[in-house]
Design a protein around this ligand. Structure first.
Ligand SMILES: NC(=O)c1ccc[n+]([C@@H]2O[C@H](COP(=O)([O-])OP(=O)(O)OC[C@H]3O[C@@H](n4cnc5c(N)ncnc54)[C@H](O)[C@@H]3O)[C@@H](O)[C@H]2O)c1
Ligand SMILES: [Zn+2]
Length: 354
């Protein structure tokens, strides 16, 4: 199910106006509204939403615990039971107010509850704004396997309001920036340069515009290939290794590696592979490595840990005919997909020192 070329992303004041009009125009068909939050967004973000649209205060609030570990089927059951108990039906609306965990789980819950109810995403983290809420993918983890269960499901629309970021912890902010760097690396060299400049001078006036540009880059790719048959796969750059690292830490180390940090590490390793077999120049590789490693703490991965991480990669749902699929850079701003990489080179990328 896709969004029929309907405009669904709205920014700032216009977005709240859109939501208010939508609720008023659908007064006959929306019988009750549920707002999904976690503890942090309940405290920091819900008052902002109510400030903009005060009649939403009458909504049912569903609060879950924050964090990646909650993105599982047990939390879904808890939410479905709540929806059932409070008489949600096909005429209900779910508003997901939170980071990628809330929009992923809330979107998934909405996509299958009574075979699908309407939902709206209001991302409140940087990663949620520029990535997780864009592109119709919903999902939950199956134990430590990331996003193994999920669906493609369209929100009615989404609201992007960078004001929410004022309370976001810095480490979460930096985590979200990784996806923005990725958008530059895979599709737009000038955006990569703008992101590098921002990293140097932290010009806050530029920030909203960078978020806007980053969303446009992802959205353009998704619209060309909504079901990830081809081009959309370039968004997976850094994620073949990054997701395996994230799962490995969740499972073996029992500690969460923030998505953006895992992806930044993945982008460095996959840039090395790109240099070795996909024509990326050594200068581009070094530029990527030096910029990303300045911002992201690269965890040491020991030789003894590699096989377990490789095992996770072998079970990645993006694989085709049992082959691990990579998206690799040709140069900064241009990315190829469906690339196969030998085991030895993946291992080398983890250990390289250049
Ligand atoms: N569906 C997709 O296409 C897609 C793409 C990328 C990532 N994702 C998923 O997104 C998830 C990561 O998202 P995330 O990084 O936003 O993590 P998150 O949702 O866990 O949010 C991070 C933390 O910030 C808190 N928070 C949220 N907004 C806040 C605010 N405004 N002020 C203060 N605290 C706030 C949250 O409570 C949480 O503790 C992962 O599960 C990842 O798989 C999905
Ligand atoms: Zn990502």
């Amino acid at each position: 199910m896709f969004c029929d070329n309907k405009k669904i992303i709205f920014f700032n004041e216009e977005a709240y106006q859109k939501l208010e009009n939508y609720l008023l125009n659908h007064i006959d068909t929306i019988k009750n509204t549920f707002i999904l939050v976690d503890y942090c967004t309940y405290i920091h973000c819900l008052p902002i939403l109510f400030h903009h649209i005060n009649f939403l205060e009458k909504s049912n609030i569903i609060q879950i615990k924050p964090g990646e570990k909650e993105k599982n089927i047990y939390t879904c059951i808890q939410i479905w039971k709540y929806l059932e108990n409070f008489k949600a039906n096909r005429n209900s609306l779910i508003i997901n107010l939170g980071g990628g965990v809330i929009t992923d789980i809330g979107g998934f819950v909405a996509s299958v509850f009574k075979r699908g109810v309407r939902f709206i995403n209001i991302p409140t983290t940087l990663l949620g704004m520029v990535d997780a809420s864009i592109g119709y993918k919903t999902g939950i983890n199956l134990e430590s396997i990331k996003n193994e269960i999920g669906s493609f499901y369209c929100p009615e629309f989404l609201i992007i309001d960078p004001f929410f970021l004022k309370t976001l912890p810095e480490k979460e902010f930096i985590s979200g920036m990784a996806e923005m760097f990725k958008h530059g690396l895979i599709a737009d060299e000038s955006f990569w340069i703008d992101m590098k400049k921002y990293q140097m001078n932290k010009d806050q006036n530029q920030w909203k515009n960078l978020i806007y540009q980053s969303i446009l880059i992802k959205n353009k790719i998704v619209e060309k290939d909504p079901q990830e048959k081809g081009l959309r796969k370039i968004l997976n750059f850094g994620h073949t290794i990054g997701h395996a690292l994230e799962s490995y830490f969740l499972d073996s180390k029992k500690e969460t590696l923030l998505h953006g940090i895992a992806i930044a590490m993945g982008m460095i390793y996959e840039s090395w592979i790109s240099y070795k077999i996909n024509g990326l120049s050594i200068n581009d590789y070094q530029e990527i490595k030096s910029n990303l490693s300045r911002l992201y703490p690269i965890k040491k991965i020991y030789n003894s840990e590699f096989d377990q991480i490789f095992f996770i990669m072998e079970h990645d749902k993006k694989n085709d005919k049992n082959k691990i699929q990579f998206s690799l850079l040709k140069k900064i701003g241009i990315c190829s997909y469906n690339c196969q990489v030998p085991y030895s080179l993946i291992k080398e990328s983890f250990l390289q020192k250049k």
